[in-house]
Design a protein around this ligand. Structure first.
Ligand code: FE
Length: 229
């Protein structure tokens, strides 16, 4: 994924940001060509790098931080609470907006968010076939592949094939459900709690939860001994 972060930071990131400004209203604008803003951002970045004012590696590190540490941590807190507290999980699945407000996320995506629970029998996968609708408040910046045309089309046509490319092979008898996000309704996957995590604190559980697991392209796993998750 590293090779794609440059594009994410510049063209795709700026385009998505603009898309979602529109998406807050009822007009849902989908752009096929780079916008003026995208081109300006790209030109500005090139100039800053050329003049030695900005280091591409440092920019990558910043994007990586927001992509993996800051953004998805909100969603991870919600997932960990649901794993640790059966009553909370029930409320979360029934009315995500109210359940998110309990954790201090009132008014942030919650009113139009639906949480779907993965199980050994049913695996949920989230996509936005039109553009890149995404629960930003819970997951932070959407990854570049989420906005790519191949993911958007193939997630619906061949979800198992897409999951396989992410390294996730589902059992044949498991059902796959694909959820198509819109500006008005977005989805968050509640992943399966990994076996062996029974004694972990809520904080330790949250540290295991990844952005990809909450989109549905990965499962949550325990870290290997001596390594990071
Ligand atoms: Fe969209």
């Amino acid at each position: 994924m590293n090779a794609t972060r440059r594009g994410f930071l510049t063209a795709a990131g700026a385009a998505a940001a603009q898309d979602h400004v529109h998406a807050q209203g009822h007009d849902h604008v989908h752009q096929a060509v780079p916008s003026d803003l995208t081109l300006r951002v790209k030109a500005l970045e090139s100039l800053l790098v050329e003049k030695g004012l900005v280091d591409r590696a440092a920019l990558d590190a910043v994007v990586d931080h927001y992509e993996h540490n800051v953004g998805p941590r909100n969603g991870a807190r919600v997932v960990a609470r649901a794993w640790a507290d059966a009553g909370y999980k029930k409320r979360l699945l029934a009315n995500a907006g109210a359940a998110l407000a309990e954790l201090g996320f009132a008014g942030q995506t919650g009113e139009n968010l639906v949480v779907v629970e993965n199980s050994p029998q049913v695996h949920h996968l989230v996509v936005c076939t039109l553009c890149s609708c995404y629960p930003w408040a819970m997951l932070g910046l959407p990854p570049v592949w989420y906005k790519s045309a191949p993911y958007r089309s193939r997630a619906v046509i061949d979800p198992r094939g897409v999951l396989r490319e992410f390294g996730l092979e589902l059992p044949k008898d498991a059902e796959v459900r694909v959820w198509d996000s819109t500006a008005d309704l977005r989805y968050l996957v509640l992943p399966e709690r990994p076996a062996g995590s029974e004694k972990l604190s809520e904080e330790a559980l949250a540290a295991l939860v990844t952005r990809d697991a909450m989109i549905g392209v990965a499962k949550v796993t325990l870290p290997q001994a001596g390594g990071r998750p």
